[in-house]
Design a protein around this ligand. Structure first.
Ligand code: HEM
Length: 458
């Protein structure tokens, strides 16, 4: 009798693993990261700085250090290698940063019609290559990466992207984002192959490159901003919007039938609920006074928590509701909504181009497919957005699209995603702990600023 009870208890525990284990493992991973990286940071909003002063502190001129002086930077440099010292996001203010930021602005200043046309052609090409006439399950991030690889290539080189270059770019971007999410280790050979290609191809770049940089530094700058950040961020953003539509059929139907203004609301709400940055950090270069006797001292590490800020001040903040951004509600500038960062403190240089391109990409996919997903949709999207794409045949009956085959596929997707999550969370715990340790061992950022040579092979 006792044995039967134990067996039944064990069965219940095993069956319920997908419900509770991933969350516990994520919490454990956070604890391990803090232990290894040290508890040096001030989270904003938090005990010291509330939501009401989030913008003020983020915009403060002393909230300007990007890399030097934070143990956390060693981890980001590790993930973004090779060339994190040339990545615009991690360069300290100064001549070099100005030269790089100017080059980025020049490359991104593309007329609206050209952005739209380029996006459309990249999406159409990707869909044509993927057996567009059949129902299929895809991972949305994987579907989108070649699209944004080709898009970025064409922005930089001003000519269509050859398949070989597209594969190198996707190999690089996928490796970076997979490591960042602790779903896999770094593969420096994949990343170095792209660097070698860019060094060789530099004479073909259509734009003036940053002044004062060596050939290799220019290649690393392009790799960091355009063939890593641009490709990863656009793929993640598109995957999030499509995933939100796949999980909210009513919103999807309205977005498909409606105008661009509604699609913009969907995009704004998606980036509110699933901001691409979990945390953006700054190292204070001077004191930031908060009031009588309260000061954030120079050298502090401020961690700006986007998800917490984006939830504050919205009723029922966990609900996906594009209507929050409909005309008649508070103007966007008054909302706690900064998907592209703070205008006063190194915001995203693609804040104008990215939403335009995103809208066209989503519109093209909605035109071709009905989207369904029963997989989990979380901010870090470690499952890469499993989604069922059913070709839309305007002449065919909807019943044919909604038959038992579709229901079975969606049931299978839910079960598979739940169990994959159990395994993935354990992998993330082990690989994440290893990478945090390895980054602390290599100290790429600390060595750079102390003038020590980089270790071989990094
Ligand atoms: C929907 C897509 C995107 C979103 C939501 C996004 C979001 C952001 C955010 C929030 C920041 C500021 C983080 C901080 O304060 O530290 C940022 C910075 C940055 N983003 Fe984006 N981004 C997107 C697409 C792109 C694209 C297409 C590029 C192409 C080059 C890009 C390049 C950069 C760079 C270089 C920075 C650093 C800016 C600096 O420090 O001067 N992003 N992005």
């Amino acid at each position: 009798m006792l044995t039967a009870v134990w067996v039944a208890a064990a069965v219940v525990v095993v069956i319920s693993l997908p419900r509770w284990l991933p969350g516990r493992v994520v919490a454990l991973r956070g604890w391990v990261f803090t232990r290894i990286n040290g508890e040096e940071s001030i989270t904003v909003p938090g005990d010291l700085v509330g939501v009401d002063r989030f913008r003020e502190v983020y915009s403060h001129p002393a909230a300007s250090g990007r890399s030097e002086g934070a143990a956390l930077s060693d981890l980001f440099w590790y993930w973004l290698s090779p060339g994190p010292e040339m990545h615009q996001e991690h360069l300290e203010a100064g001549e070099r940063y100005d030269a790089v930021a100017l080059a980025t602005r020049r490359i991104l200043s593309v007329p609206r019609a050209r952005v739209e046309e380029l996006t459309r052609s990249c999406v159409v090409r990707a869909l044509e290559g993927g057996r567009g006439d059949r129902r299929r399950v895809v991972r949305l991030r994987d579907l989108m990466m070649p699209v944004w690889a080709e898009f970025s290539y064409e922005l930089v080189f001003g000519e269509p992207c050859p398949p070989h270059a597209r594969d190198l770019i996707v190999g690089n971007a996928d490796d970076v984002v997979t490591a960042l999410k602790c779903c896999g280790l770094r593969h420096m050979d994949r990343r170095d192959r792209l660097t070698a290609y860019l060094v060789e191809s530099l004479p073909r770049v259509k734009h003036e490159l940053p002044a004062g940089l060596t050939t290799r530094e220019c290649a690393l700058y392009l790799q960091g901003a355009f063939f890593n950040t641009a490709v990863v961020q656009m793929s993640e953003a598109t995957a999030h919007v499509l995933m939100a539509l796949a999980r909210h059929p009513d919103v999807q139907a309205r977005a498909r039938a409606g105008d661009d203004r509604y699609l913009d609301q969907v995009i704004a709400e998606t980036l509110r609920l699933y901001p691409l940055f979990g945390i953006a950090h700054r190292i204070t270069t001077g004191d930031i006074p908060l009031g009588e006797d309260v000061v954030i001292p120079a050298g502090s590490v401020l961690c700006f928590d986007y998800p917490a800020f984006h939830r504050a001040g919205f009723p029922d903040p966990g609900r996906f509701d594009p209507g929050r951004f409909a005309p008649g509600h508070a103007p966007v500038r008054e909302l706690n909504h900064i998907p592209f960062g703070m205008p006063a403190n190194r915001p995203c240089p693609a804040w104008r181009l990215a939403p335009l391109a995103l809208r066209v990409a989503v519109r093209e996919i909605l035109r071709a497919y009905e989207l369904d997903s029963t997989a989990a949709h979380t901010r870090s999207l470690p499952n890469r957005g499993p989604c069922l794409l059913t070709p839309l045949d305007p002449t065919g009956p909807a019943a044919a699209r909604h038959g038992p085959g579709r229901r079975l596929t969606l049931l299978y997707m839910r079960l598979k995603d739940g169990w994959e999550d159990v395994w993935r969370s354990l992998v993330q715990l082990v690989l994440g702990t290893y990478m945090v340790w390895d980054a602390r061992r290599l100290r790429l950022c600390e060595r750079h600023f102390s003038g020590h040579a980089r270790p071989e092979g990094t």
